[in-house]
Write a protein that binds this ligand. Structure first.
Ligand code: NAD
Length: 268
């Protein structure tokens, strides 16, 4: 098999996701919501899987209304493999297949290393790393059975490239793992025309990060990207949503295995 050469197609054609079927984990709010929005706007039908089913449903209803494409919501806990399997089966059943799987669900409790318990460590790994692996595995199994290839996009972090502020040891470790599994999955899934890419934000202001800053204003001094960037403003969720759209679309047809920094030049 080989991925298509899209040189003769128009930009509009290769950005379009019309006819594609996507799952976004943790898509009820934050970055996942912005990602689901751009995928739906580009024409994909989308299943939002989230532990917060009510917010996921409200988000899905909003996007169905705004973009006229099918956007569904389901309860999904990425720490529970059976829940991931059920969501993947639901996508195949209700959307008619699976072309795009975005592993976005993630947690980032801030706890100094010396106070990080085994339970905190395991929880971060279960959501950010094992949940991402299981989601990818289940998506790839279904894409391979259908024979049409596909795209897996993993939401990583700048914390997957370097150490970050104190308190994020488990998080930074998990995000380094996300980059590693992105590379390895890309190698193993390329023969099936499944591309695997990572997208690594520095910071994008969400309800949750705004609340964290309000609770602990010292974070602004510890993490410069919370208050500004080299490009003159703080990141917003759509900054990530657009890059995930690029990765998921045929614009990125010859890319797999890399993790794209979306950091306003912070690592420059
Ligand atoms: N916001 C940022 O600045 C930033 C920066 C770098 C990386 N990231 C990454 O982006 C992703 C999204 O982060 P966010 O800031 O939007 O977070 P958020 O907390 O605003 O949203 C996360 C969503 O995931 C859901 N979720 C949490 N645990 C889940 C689970 N076990 N199963 C399914 N859904 C679950 C939540 O209900 C929520 O809807 C994460 O992987 C995070 O590490 C975010």
């Amino acid at each position: 098999m080989a991925v298509a050469d899209v040189s003769t197609r128009t930009v509009a054609e290769i950005v379009s996701l019309a006819g594609r079927r996507a799952v976004v984990t943790g898509g009820a709010q934050g970055l996942g919501k912005a990602i689901a929005r751009r995928l739906a706007e580009a024409g994909a039908s989308v299943l939002i899987g989230d532990v917060d089913r009510d917010i996921a449903q409200a988000t899905a209803d909003d996007f169905t209304h705004s973009y006229g494409t099918t956007v569904l919501a389901t309860y999904m806990d990425v720490t529970d493999s059976a829940s991931i399997v059920a969501a993947a089966d639901l996508a195949v059943d209700r959307l008619g297949g699976l072309d795009i799987w975005v592993n976005n669900a993630g947690v980032y409790p801030s706890v100094p290393i010396l106070e990080t318990t085994d339970e905190i460590w395991d929880e971060v790994m279960a959501v950010n790393l094992r949940g991402l692996f299981v989601g990818s595995r289940e998506a790839a199994r279904r894409m391979i059975v259908a024979g049409g290839g596909g795209v897996i996009v993993n939401v990583a972090s700048l914390a997957g490239f370097s150490g970050v502020s104190p308190g994020l040891a488990a998080y930074a470790t998990s995000k380094h793992g996300v980059r590693g599994t992105t590379r390895q999955m890309a190698l193993e899934l390329a023969p099936h025309d499944i591309r695997v890419l990572g997208v690594a934000p520095s910071h994008a202001r969400t309800e949750r990060t705004a609340a964290a800053i309000a609770a602990d204003p010292e974070l602004l001094a510890q993490i410069p990207s919370l208050s500004s960037s080299r490009l003159g403003r703080v990141g917003v969720p759509d900054d990530i949503g657009r890059v995930v759209l690029f990765c998921a679309s045929d614009m990125a047809m010859f890319m797999t295995g890399s993790t794209l920094l979306v950091d306003a030049g912070e690592m420059a």
